[in-house]
Design a protein around this ligand. Structure first.
Ligand code: TXA
Ligand code: MG
Length: 352
């Protein structure tokens, strides 16, 4: 299959033809990669079981890992869920459209292929103008996992999508680099206490300001052993991982730099290609020949935006080993350290 790439602007008039084409592909059961404000998504018709199985195949993803259903208007929600808890209304008022996914009990309209066999369904209304226009053109209910090959870092540009899915899908809508760079926050509203399943741009403090009590799925705490079973099935897989072996090094900046410099010197002497991921402020501390500054330590949003593309850059330069500083883990930092921790398979060195 030939994968076409069409540049879109988010302007309704300019994009009219591209959207009509994308809509036709989805209605016929095909797949289109689309930009959202978080990461690129691999879109198919959420109500068509055949589309869901095509998504799993294109991504190389296990089919017990459920997909998020994307909608373009609030009224669409009641068409696919059994009940809408009060908490969901409060959260939607505040954060939709936006980077928040909520888990509901599904109704019969949603096929089990889309939910990986679960009785619940994840729903999100994205805020990116291209996503919204596309969802409307494509029938209103779009299943869209992140558009990476299973296990690889999520895609924050159309070029990343092409790297992973060229020849496997009909069309890529190229809307330029995404704004946030990490996948949506996921909150489960099907139990008595709302529970955070995946941290994202909408952080715990923002959720608690609206809902009061919010539990945190024990499996997402950074550095936790792999023994705990996460409630979001996708969070159990090795994920976001570059091909090189990634290790996180924690502690005071001088100690971290001394530790990483020692390790990269040893690795380079052994003929390995080593790379370092660092804040821009600390970049000068490292002697390694490949250093990736990911963003300012004072600007977590910049780090979030660049993290996945830096992990992909480490693959491009064929790094055998990668060392990353640990970053602040509050606010969106919780999401940054969650993804970095998973990418590292939780290999962490404490220098303090
Ligand atoms: O920002 C995002 O959410 C992106 C963009 C494209 O919207 N999508 C995304 O989808 O990250 P994906 O499939 O890569 O991640 C969805 C996560 C998986 O970990 C999956 O297990 C979990 O959501 N999930 C989906 N449905 C669920 C459900 N019913 N119960 C629990 N977890 C669910
Ligand atoms: Mg994903």
């Amino acid at each position: 299959m030939q994968t076409e790439v069409i540049r879109v602007t988010g302007n309704k008039e300019n994009d009219r033809e591209a959207m009509a084409k994308a809509g036709r592909i989805i209605r016929k059961g095909g797949l289109v990669a689309i930009p959202t404000e978080t990461v690129y998504g691999l879109a198919g018709d959420a109500l068509n079981p055949v589309s869901a199985s095509k998504i799993y195949r294109a991504k190389g993803r296990p089919s017990d890992n459920p997909l998020i259903v994307h909608i373009a208007k609030r009224e669409a929600l009641k068409e696919i869920v059994r009940e809408i808890p009060d908490a969901a209304v409060l959260l939607a008022d505040r954060f939709w459209p936006g980077p928040l996914t909520m888990i509901f009990r599904k109704n019969e309209k949603v096929p089990y292929e889309t939910t990986g066999g679960l009785e619940t369904v994840a729903v999100r209304m994205p805020s990116h103008p291209v996503s919204l226009e596309f969802i409307r053109a494509a029938g209103g209910f779009i299943a869209a996992p992140s558009a990476n090959r299973s296990g690889r870092p999520s895609c924050t540009t159309a070029a990343h999508v092409k790297e992973d899915l060229d020849g496997k899908i009909e069309l890529i809508l190229d809307g330029g680099p995404v704004g946030i760079g990490l996948e949506s926050t996921i909150i489960d509203l099907t139990e008595k206490t709302p529970c955070l399943l995946r941290p994202g741009y909408i952080d715990l403090k923002m959720l608690r300001e609206i809902l009061g009590e919010v539990a945190v799925d024990p499996a997402i705490e950074v550095g936790l052993s792999q023994e705990v079973h996460p409630k979001a099935p996708g969070m159990k897989y090795r994920h976001y991982a570059p091909k090189g072996e990634l290790t996180i090094v924690k502690g005071a900046p001088e100690k971290v730099a001394a530790c990483i410099n020692g390790l990269t010197q040893r690795d380079e002497e052994a003929g390995k290609r080593a790379a370092v991921i660092t804040s821009t402020e600390n970049a000068g501390r490292y002697h390694c020949s490949i250093v990736f500054p990911v963003g300012s330590e004072k600007d977590e949003e910049e780090i979030a935006r660049n993290l996945f593309s830096v992990l992909r850059r480490a693959d491009e330069v064929k790094a055998d080993v990668i060392y990353s500083e640990a970053f602040n883990d509050t606010g969106i930092g919780m999401a940054i350290m969650n993804r970095l921790g998973k990418a590292a398979g939780h290999k962490i060195i404490e220098t303090d």
